[in-house]
Design a binder for this molecule. Structure first.
Ligand code: BES
Ligand code: MN
Ligand code: ZN
Length: 498
């Protein structure tokens, strides 16, 4: 696992040393187990709540040091707000808020997974645990000066206290698999580009074999044999060779057609000859977040033994300027046979995806394809960091994705496609050009992809705003958010498992 936090379930009766976390509602009421755990400190809690005007609002906390008569060194009360207003996603957040209050110095912590209004379902308990684990993750592999509580890094053993330990463990088997997938995605996105170049990314993907995933790695020669001229054109300016990785999880019936997820894996995007300005160029190490999501999703689905057949395919390249780099004006021939005029070498993601989408559509004839890509800066202009852009040729798929987004709080906003936009990428010299004018940049990028999906039901998620340089949230403090793993796991669980 990426970092040092350990998480487990214990019975409510377990004695809590270290930090104790309990939940209350908006009337400062506790459940029976929490009341018991607080014991003689109840009066101290009431006075501290009054003194700090803590009213149990959702997400607000009360922190009491050395609570009277308790073994715990610290008692943290987390407000859960009104019971009737708790939505599905809130349990994850409550776990995140709880973990967020644990001091870096804590060796042990106990979260009493109980709300004052009746018993929690095992799935809700699993979400509280998952939220805590997601919040506790931090990427510090390259910090060599780790002092006691340097950079707020949590190393606690977190025990989640529950009435029915077996039921909680059972529910967490699946939820925990998804959490591991999210953490894998975050880790890949956070890694620096001198470490995580295409070959190394592919090597990490092969580790999914341990979970029963079939992993095929296509090197540059195999790509050339398949005539992936669009992808190879992007890669030709880089020292590091490109890789295409095809991962397969067969958890469904033999005869069942697979579903497919495709990821943009530009391990570093300098822009190529159309070079980017220096400011924030280091962030382009995250231009492989789509591929990282697909890989983390495959981990999640395999680890929880999802009853579905899935193909995960990622195109891994580096976009670099060089004597051999692709030029604006070049015309390349994609695997589909369509010729592409290169207008801007910084519009490289769509070139990579064109060949991977075509390959997957032809080879696997999937029920649908969803691609994920940090594709355009324009999607940040349109949606900021709150929603990812959704484009689709299929209303049912778009609706299912949107619903999964609402349920997981990895939200999507659909934008239009249409012939008027498609015209904007007709080329004077080839079948299509890789960049339109300035207007509608995210849409013309999606139109480009649509030319390479044939009639396959397809959706494109532009995650440039949501996958990297992420704002802090209750369940994430890391630069790479892991966006998309929980969303797509949910899509699969709700609609495509037998
Ligand atoms: N990887 C970038 C998009 C991006 C921008 C991702 C900011 C994350 C944050 C992509 O390859 C790119 O450079 N797109 C260009 C397209 C343009 C040249 C048509 C863009 O958005 O400017
Ligand atoms: Mn680019
Ligand atoms: Zn890019």
């Amino acid at each position: 696992m990426p970092d040092a936090v350990k998480l487990g379930f214990v019975p409510l009766s377990a004695v809590a040393r270290g930090v104790l976390v309990v939940f209350c509602d908006e009337t400062l009421k506790f459940g029976p187990a929490a009341r018991k755990a607080i014991g003689g400190a109840a009066d101290q809690v009431r006075r501290a709540a009054a003194a700090s005007e803590f009213k149990g609002k959702r997400g607000k906390t009360l922190d009491i040091l050395a609570p009277a008569g308790l073994k715990a060194s610290r008692l943290i009360v987390v407000g859960a707000g009104k019971a009737s207003e708790l939505k599905e996603h809130d349990y994850l957040k409550l776990g995140g808020v709880a973990a967020g209050k644990l001091p870096a110095s804590a060796a042990e912590a106990t979260i009493v997974a109980e709300l004052p209004h009746g018993a929690l379902k095992p799935a809700q308990i699993a979400d509280i645990a998952a939220g805590a684990r997601l919040r506790a993750y931090s990427f510090d592999r390259y910090k060599t000066k780790k002092k006691d509580d340097d950079n707020g890094k949590l190393r606690a053993r977190i025990s989640v206290a529950v009435k029915d330990v077996a039921a909680a463990r059972k529910a967490f088997a699946a939820t925990g698999a998804v959490v591991e997938g999210v953490l894998m995605t975050r880790e890949l996105v956070n890694e620096p580009p001198n470490v995580l170049y295409p070959e190394e990314f592919a090597r990490r993907a092969t580790q999914l074999r341990k979970l029963g995933v079939q992993v095929e790695v296509l090197d540059a020669r195999a790509q050339a044999r398949l005539k992936m001229g669009a992808l190879l054109g992007v890669a030709q300016g880089a020292k590091h060779q490109s890789r295409v990785v095809v991962m397969r999880w067969n958890g469904g019936a033999r005869s069942e057609r697979p579903i497919a997820f495709i990821g943009k894996g530009v391990c570093f995007d300098s822009g190529g000859i159309s070079i980017k300005p220096s400011a924030s160029m280091e962030e382009m190490k995250g231009d492989m977040a789509g591929a990282a999501c697909v890989t983390g999703l495959m981990h999640a689905l395999a680890a929880r033994k999802a009853k579905v057949n899935v193909v995960g395919a990622i195109g891994l390249v580096e976009n670099m300027p060089d004597g051999n780099a692709q030029r604006p004006g070049d015309i390349v021939t994609s695997m589909s046979g369509q010729t592409i005029e290169i207008i801007n070498t910084d519009a490289e993601g769509r070139l990579v995806l064109a060949d991977v989408l075509w390959h997957v559509a032809r080879k696997f004839k999937p029920k649908f394809m969803v691609d994920l890509a940090t594709l355009t800066g324009a999607i940040l202009v349109a949606l900021g960091q709150e929603y990812a852009g959704l484009f689709s040729n299929n209303d049912e798929l778009a609706q299912r994705l949107t619903a999964a987004g609402q349920a997981t709080s990895e939200r999507l906003w659909r934008l239009p496609l249409g012939p008027e936009y498609d015209k904007m990428i007709d080329s004077k010299f080839a079948d299509v050009k890789n960049a339109g004018a300035r207007n509608a940049g995210s849409i013309t990028a999606a139109q480009f992809l649509q030319r390479f999906v044939d009639d396959t039901p397809w959706a494109h998620l532009d995650i440039a705003g949501t996958a990297m340089a992420s704002p802090s949230s209750d369940i994430n403090r890391s630069w790479g958010s892991g966006f998309g793993v929980r969303l797509l796991d949910r899509l699969v669980a709700d609609h495509y498992e037998k």
